[in-house]
Design a protein around this ligand. Structure first.
Ligand code: UD1
Ligand code: CA
Length: 472
């Protein structure tokens, strides 16, 4: 569950986030608001910002793909998000009307914004909430205003309406002041204004934006609040999605650098990943999900980590891949290692190149430096697993556990056929197939004894050569 840091608590304010549209311009079966930006579905960013700004709760208006949207948000935010269903997508005004029906009686202020605006942060919403008035509207100037609603002002500079691109005259299209799509309403005013909306426009929709003209007609002009241009990116298609991704990536990188992390260009760090000071993140390293990296660790070039805890001073060498695992303090991994789910490396463990681990625990100081598969294992302290060792954990029906106790030594090219236990301090000779338990301090050997036939190599070669000649 994700709990954003709260700026302040606003018990009377509820946020409504609109997320019922299909997002046709994405050309996707995935609902628009679930397309990820830096690893999070875009609507999650907005919801986190609203909660961070102190809203008592967030109501997300769902419609298209609602099961998926609800599931995704509930998994991340639990009961701090509720849903209102908009049965038909009749426009943003209709969507807010649906959302408002779900707002608790005690709330008298309503913050509204769109689910396709992932760059909005709690501080942006906080600035809006700090303004007074029954209608507060974000505004912004853009060199290229195409596609956005334009802010209409009268001779005295007061807001008198918002015109959508599709409804705008040539003169209106030339306006560069646009509607970023963030509003704060007095609840009573919003409820009454929504009843006055009419679908008299190019799209035949009920536009939320018409509320501004309705207020002006009542002599109550909206209060404009300047918004940062970068929070504007409404992600309607994948080109805008990518722009938002780039902006957020830079934001994450800058935040990390200021917090004492060295981040190479091209690293991809998801929102929500936690990195402590004095960590180095190499080029093209990818840190996803709930990954956490503790102080002094180093994640080298091309590593891909998903939900991994990397402890102090650990070193993941280039191109190592890990999922749902723990890398202990000062452990070393890679290059080219693969830690599959539930791998747990203790302090100072070494996992070398082309080693794959899965559901395996290695205690302090254990080493598997080259070419091995360690699946379903429990490996004790200081154990040395030689090159080419395989834990044969699967008989085609069930998985079985290999236990290797402290200080045991596993010679290279051994196969450990689980379930089996190799006792403390035992020694498994190179090339052994272990099929039964090895007692503590015992030597296990299963290979055939070596037999040297003196001078036989020369005789053998002569015989093979003769056979080849005879064929010609
Ligand atoms: C909207 C604004 C426009 C503003 C722009 C900012 C209106 C009429 N226009 O345009 O002034 O400049 O955002 O990005 O509000 N949605 C519903 N139900 C519906 C329709 C839409 O829930 O019936 C949701 C969508 O899922 C989306 C959001 O509302 O998340 C905005 O809808 P969208 O179609 O993207 O509006 P824009 O054309 O971008
Ligand atoms: Ca939009």
């Amino acid at each position: 569950m994700f709990y954003p840091a709260r700026m302040s608590s606003r018990p009377n304010t509820v946020a409504i986030v609109l997320a019922a549209g299909q997002g046709t311009r994405m050309k996707s079966t995935l609902p628009k608001v679930l397309h990820p930006v830096c690893g999070w579905p875009m609507v999650h960013h907005g919801v986190a910002a609203a909660l961070g700004a102190g809203c008592a709760e967030v109501i997300v208006v769902v419609g298209h793909g609602r099961e998926l949207v609800e599931k995704s948000l509930s998994a991340a935010f639990g009961d701090r998000v509720r849903f209102a269903v908009q049965p038909q997508q009749l426009g943003t005004g209709d969507a807010v009307r649906c959302g408002l029906e779900a707002v608790a009686p005690g709330a008298d202020r309503v913050l509204v914004f769109y689910g396709d605006a992932p760059l909005i942060e709690a501080s942006d919403l906080g600035a809006m909430l700090a303004a007074e008035g029954r209608l507060v509207v974000a505004t912004c100037r853009l060199a290229n205003p195409f596609g956005y609603g334009r802010m209409l002002r009268d001779g005295e500079g007061r807001l008198v309406g918002i015109r959508e691109e599709k409804d705008a005259s040539a003169a209106e299209k030339a306006l560069t002041e646009i509607n970023p799509g963030v509003y704060v309403f007095a609840r009573d005013f919003l409820a009454s204004a929504l009843t006055k909306l009419e679908p008299k426009n190019a799209q035949g929709e009920l536009y939320l934006t018409d509320v501004v003209a309705i207020a002006a007609a009542q002599g109550a002009h909206g209060t404009p609040v300047e918004a940062r241009a970068e929070v504007l990116v409404g992600c309607n298609d994948r080109a805008q999605l990518f722009e938002a991704e780039l902006t957020m990536r830079e934001r994450i990188h800058t935040g990390l650098r200021k917090a004492g992390v060295t981040v190479a260009a091209g690293a991809l760090v998801d929102a929500g990943v936690v990195v402590e000071a004095d960590v180095m993140i190499g080029a093209n390293a990818v840190l996803r999900g709930k990954t956490q990296v503790k102080a002094g660790a180093r994640i080298d070039v091309g590593c891909v980590l998903e939900d991994v805890l990397v402890e102090e001073g650990a070193y993941l060498k280039p191109y190592s891949v890990a999922q749902q695992s723990v890398v202990g303090p000062r452990a070393q991994v890679g290059p080219f290692a693969h830690l599959r789910p539930e791998s747990h490396l203790g302090e100072d463990v070494h996992i070398g190149n082309f080693v794959e681990t899965k559901k395996t625990k290695l205690a302090k100081g254990a080493k598997a430096n080259h070419l091995a598969y360690l699946g379903d294992g429990v490996v004790g302290e200081r154990v040395n697993v030689g090159a080419g060792t395989i834990f044969c954990n699967y008989d085609g029906f069930q998985k079985h556990t290999t236990v290797i106790e402290d200080d045991a030594f596993i010679g290279s090219d051994s196969q450990i056929v689980a379930p089996v236990t190799i006792g403390r301090g035992a020694y498994v000779g190179t090339g052994t197939t272990v099929t039964k338990d090895v007692p503590a301090d015992a030597l296990a050997l299963s290979r055939v004894k070596q037999d040297n036939k003196e001078g036989y190599a020369a005789r053998l070669k002569a015989r093979f050569k003769a056979a080849k000649e005879a064929k010609k």
